[in-house]
Design a protein around this ligand. Structure first.
Ligand SMILES: [Zn+2]
Length: 83
């Protein structure tokens, strides 16, 4: 994996487990999905996803936003909804 920025977030949780917050050391259930894109390594339509609990949504959003990566933040339920 070379397309994930350094801390605070590790790789996303595998899909077959209950979604957990991506913040380092946090084991809370995720309720938000942060969709981001690194224009240096991703095509424009590509979306990487970090999951966040309520407490870490802002922290992770700011981390991505500072780097110009953040595209949007949506409720996890919305992301999991029917395509
Ligand atoms: Zn968290």
């Amino acid at each position: 994996m070379t397309d994930v920025p350094p801390d605070p977030a590790p790789d996303p949780t595998p899909q077959d487990e209950a979604p957990r917050c991506s913040a380092k050391g946090c084991r809370d259930a995720a309720v938000w999905a942060l969709r981001w894109n690194n224009p240096k390594i991703h095509t424009p339509e590509r979306r990487k996803i970090w999951l966040a609990c309520d407490a870490h949504r802002e922290h992770l959003s700011v981390f991505l936003d500072r780097r110009g990566f953040l595209r949007d933040v949506v409720p996890l339920a919305e992301l999991d909804g029917p395509a």
